[in-house]
Design a protein around this ligand. Structure first.
Ligand code: UDX
Length: 443
């Protein structure tokens, strides 16, 4: 059954969700306050890098199932309104900044004159949905006939299309005293995935909000756990990759997200664990999440560790020394540099006076906007040419597949720090490189 769907926010989450909804057969309008972004999307183009998304957007802009606008009134008649705007970290604080979510509700609610369902997808502090549900009822002409549920989104950048069309699970939070038609509408929206047997969990609002932040906190904890063990490996000469393989065979542990290296970044994990801790503090249970401070600290220490390693490899004299940093995005298959460990390391070495050359296959534009004073190279070989140290900071396939023999010919000194443990250490060593991994024998 085709529904009229609106999606507020057209960033990584909103644009991908809007395109996914159109692919499922719904009639979709994406709404954003950013006129330039809306104009780009309306032409069937995508203003950021997300594999598979340009094809999907252009396909459905052409079929007419997907439109974009800056005018919320064009979305007023939708059967289901999704909220997918950002909830960034507040400047100078740990808490989440909810101004974009609040602005959507304040703009949309007065337009709602008939029974409607609003489904929030943004990651929000627990308690937000109940507050917004009350506000909507107060502001909407349809009053009690507008129902708000929370339907957290788990998509990973780089796999956004796949995660939207074939999610691991669907979670829907509803106010059990005011269920309205939320579950019924969500079952229609997601009929395709539910029909394929995707677990569909209906909870209360608070649980749904917490599922999302708990999942991200768990993933962050897993990464920091292995990075803490990498520190022990460095102190003992053990190898964290062999160790991760060995513990990962235990199904209760699993090998995924045990990749030791520069740690996590991006627009979600770092700010979500901080916002989660801030919310726990407000709720008077800050001790419950005290361990997340350590998760954050271990993660930030990875960046210090790589900067220290670089300085050590250069004999303590960094000023004026040419260093190639391969990678600027927070992870491969993304052009996102928000809280990127790669760009942080490049920037710190640059501030220490090193002659840093950065190359990334997709994130150069965003990296240059974030760090205009950094030097950006035209390609991997250009970046490495004449340098005394190479740091692989994002595990792009281009870097993993690089020919170490060729790169050794253009580098001034063959020393590589593999900040993501993604290179073939043996091949690089055989090509004459001094190879330094993260928590590996090669230290
Ligand atoms: C994450 C969650 O995975 C997703 O479910 C949620 O909706 C949003 O936040 P994303 O930020 O796109 O998604 O990236 P993810 O693939 O989870 O990686 C996060 C960071 O962890 C990256 O910086 C990555 O390099 C790092 N990472 C991941 C590691 O350092 N080691 C690992 O083993 C895995």
């Amino acid at each position: 059954m085709t529904l009229r769907v609106s999606v507020f926010g057209t960033g990584y989450l909103g644009a991908t969700h809007a395109a996914g909804m159109a692919e499922l057969g719904h009639d979709v309008v994406g709404v954003d306050i950013d006129a330039a972004k809306v104009a780009t999307l309306a032409r069937g183009e995508v203003p950021f890098f997300e594999p598979g998304l340009p094809e999907l957007i252009s396909k459905h802009v052409a079929t007419g199932r997907l439109r974009f606008t800056t005018d919320a009134r064009e979305a007023a008649d939708a059967d289901v309104h999704f909220i997918g705007v950002g909830t960034p970290q507040k400047k100078g604080e740990s808490a989440a900044d909810l101004r974009f979510v609040d602005a959507v509700i304040d703009g949309l609610a007065p337009l709602l004159k008939r029974p409607t369902v609003i489904l929030g997808k943004s990651t929000v502090p627990v308690g937000t949905a109940a507050r917004l549900a009350a506000r909507v009822r107060e502001l909407a002409p349809a009053g009690d006939a507008v129902d708000l549920g929370w339907n957290p989104e788990f998509l990973r950048e780089g796999f956004g299309v796949e995660d939207t069309l074939r999610p691991d699970r669907l979670v829907l939070g509803i106010d059990k005293n005011h269920p309205g038609r939320i579950e019924e509408m969500a079952r229609i929206v997601y009929a395709d995935a539910i029909g394929r047997g995707t677990p569909f969990l209906v909870t209360d609002l608070a649980t749904a909000e917490l599922v999302k932040v708990s999942a991200n906190a768990f993933l962050a904890t897993k990464i920091s756990f292995i990075n803490a063990i990498a520190e022990i490996c460095d102190a003992t000469g053990a190898d964290v990759m062999e160790l991760a393989d060995a513990i990962g065979y235990d199904e209760r542990i699993g090998r995924k997200f045990l990749g030791a290296g520069l740690g996590f970044g991006g627009g979600c994990l770092p700010k979500d664990i901080r916002a989660f801790m801030a919310r726990a503090g407000e709720l008077g249970v800050n001790q419950a999440l005290a361990f997340l401070h350590e998760v954050d600290a271990v993660n930030m220490r990875r960046r210090d560790h790589v900067v220290d390693m670089a300085a050590r490899e250069l004999g303590g004299k960094v000023v004026g020394r040419p260093i190639a940093v391969l990678g600027a995005a927070f992870k491969p298959n993304s052009d996102d540099v928000r809280d990127s460990p790669a760009l942080d390391v490049a920037g710190r070495l640059h501030l220490m006076g090193a002659d840093v050359r950065v190359y990334d296959p997709e994130a150069m534009k965003n990296a240059a906007a974030a760090w205009p004073t950094l030097h950006f190279a035209d390609g991997m070989e250009d970046a490495v040419s004449g340098t005394e140290l190479v740091i692989v900071a994002t595990e792009w396939r281009e870097f993993k597949n690089a020919d170490p023999v060729r790169l050794a010919q253009v580098a001034a000194r063959s020393v590589v720090i593999d900040g993501r443990n993604c290179l073939d250490a043996e091949a690089w060593t055989n090509a004459g490189w001094v190879y330094r991994g993260m928590g590996r024998h090669s230290q």
